[in-house]
Design a binder for this molecule. Structure first.
Ligand code: FES
Ligand SMILES: [Fe+2]
Length: 448
């Protein structure tokens, strides 16, 4: 049985952890709204997620289907998809292909031949103008149309039209330099999913930024622990004594509009004790706030952005197992920094590697504690951990709602410049409860 009934009663009181449906099968507790009571509570009464959410293989399997097969998932950089090249990516249980045709248009397909279902490609590779099945050599255009069926017509079939056997399409889209894919046709378009984020970050012109370096890491922790750790600055002083010199706790503000993301900002980035973040030239044309700030954005579910005036550090999270995540880290530089020497880039590179090493150490400890302790979840700190509350409510939505139409893209703060530029009061408890999910009672103004 995947769920500890006794523990569940201890946490959720009257909640029955496992239900037997009419077919006599066990239904996991997390498909029931009551599993999420601690998440659905208003911020000041909320708890973190149950340990099963981080450690239970059955939860992981359900999450792969409910989240990674329905959300807009970051699958790499837009620049990875080039004409003549095919990308192979995993989304939940599915394998997909991504191509770019000679007109620059992106296409996504399920990685399966329309003849007898063979996997078309195992890894990224150059394909020229044709996707070719290795089995009987059926060939498809970069748009997925079936173009070649060698020897197939030697004995004609009664009815056969190649037009009926194009590759099965998968939605793909880009924002800035990021490449996304989505397996569910009922999920809102990417721009709707991202809410006000594209507008909020338009001043950076992220379309033009270029990858300088990419590095992959395997982390022994659940993907959500890595994202949640990124979203809160509660741990900053103790886990990152050096980072906290350029990103002081007292310089953190909310940076949150509507959309499937959780944001915060450091305004201004401090340079008096360490100037690692200032060794590269800033992007051209940044406004007064963008030119002195760090924007830290976790796009649900799996991509984390640290956007500074002169570089972006991207972390893409690919869940492998409940306690194992592949993290792909990419440093992006604006046009103005494209020619920066290795020497000029080095402080930025090593800074993030050092910070990331500290984060990896603590999230792996978190995973070990959750796995071996499995105690009931504790309270979230309202000042620092409101983004986790928002994030965990997004997760709860996807885990409990069979129809994507019932998954609400959450509101954010008002659209004022204070909110948009992260120059509001610090901290801003009056707006912390602004996150409103339709199914929750409004908690009303909450600040002092
Ligand atoms: S399975 Fe692909 S060509 Fe036969
Ligand atoms: Fe951290």
């Amino acid at each position: 049985m995947p769920f500890d009934c006794g523990l569940n009663r201890a946490i959720y009181g009257t909640v029955t952890p496992m239900k037997i449906d009419v077919a006599g099968e066990f239904a996991p507790a997390w498909r029931n709204d009551t599993f999420w009571n601690g998440t659905r509570a208003p911020l000041r009464a909320s708890t973190g997620l149950h340990p099963d959410a981080y450690t239970n293989p059955d939860f992981f399997t359900d999450e792969q289907q409910a989240v990674f097969e329905r959300a807009w998932v970051c699958v790499g950089l837009a620049a990875d998809a080039a004409p003549g090249r095919v990308l192979v990516r995993s989304l939940g249980r599915r394998s997909i292909l991504i191509t770019r045709n000679t007109d620059g248009e992106l296409n996504g397909f399920l990685n399966t031949c329309r003849h007898r279902g063979t996997e078309l490609y195992a890894d990224d590779c150059e394909v020229g103008s044709t996707l070719r099945c290795p089995y009987h050599k059926w060939g498809y255009s970069l748009d997925g149309d079936l173009k070649a069926t060698p020897l197939f017509d030697e004995v004609p079939r009664d009815e056969f039209d190649r037009a009926d056997f194009a590759l099965a399409p998968v939605r793909v889209a880009t924002w800035g330099v990021l490449l996304f894919a989505c397996l569910d046709d009922t999920t809102p378009p990417l721009l709707e999913w991202l809410g006000d984020l594209p507008k909020r970050m338009a001043g950076y012109g992220l379309d033009d930024w270029q990858p300088r370096l990419t590095q992959e890491l395997d982390i022994n922790a659940n993907w959500k622990l890595i994202s949640e750790n990124f979203q809160e600055y509660y741990h900053l002083t103790w886990v990152h004594p050096e980072l906290s010199k350029v990103s002081r706790v007292d310089d953190h503000y909310r940076y949150q509009g509507s959309g499937m993301y959780c944001g915060q900002t450091t305004t201004p980035v401090s340079g008096d004790e360490r100037d690692d973040w200032l060794s590269l030239p800033p992007a051209d044309g940044l406004d007064e706030s963008d030119s002195v700030s760090g924007r830290f954005v976790a796009i649900f579910p799996n991509v984390l952005l640290s956007v500074l005036p002169n570089h972006v550090f991207v972390m893409q999270l690919d869940p492998v197992e409940p306690g194992l995540t592949r993290e792909t880290c990419t440093w992006l530089l604006p046009k103005s920094g494209a020619d920066a020497s290795d020497e000029a880039f080095e402080p930025t590179r090593t800074f993030w590697l050092d910070v990331n090493t500290e984060d990896i150490d603590i999230v792996e400890r978190g995973q070990r504690g959750l796995t071996r302790g499995a105690v009931p979840p504790g309270p979230l700190a309202p000042r620092f951990e409101e983004p986790l509350h928002r994030f965990q409510n997004m997760l709860a939505d996807l885990m409990t709602r069979p129809n994507m139409g019932d998954v609400q893209i959450p509101d954010g703060d008002d659209g004022s410049d204070e909110s948009r530029l992260g120059t509001g009061p610090n901290p801003s408890p009056a707006t912390i409860d602004v996150v409103r999910f339709a199914h929750l009672p409004s908690s009303g103004p909450s600040g002092p």
